[in-house]
Design a protein around this ligand. Structure first.
Ligand code: SF4
Length: 48
């Protein structure tokens, strides 16, 4: 399929660094910007 990926963003100012990848469990993603954070995922109700 072309294109292989697409991108959409919500941009806002923050003093805390955040990447959506911190809440994503996809393995071997070539675009990963940060490691998965299980504690953050639990805080946002994504993980129990
Ligand atoms: S790990 Fe990959 S699929 Fe998951 S949020 Fe990051 S870029 Fe997207």
């Amino acid at each position: 399929m072309i294109p292989p990926t697409s991108v959409s963003e919500i941009i806002f100012p923050s003093e805390v660094r955040f990447e959506s990848c911190q809440l994503c469990r996809r393995g071997n993603c070539p675009s990963r910007q940060a490691p998965f954070d299980p504690n953050l995922a639990q805080r946002y109700g994504i993980e129990e």
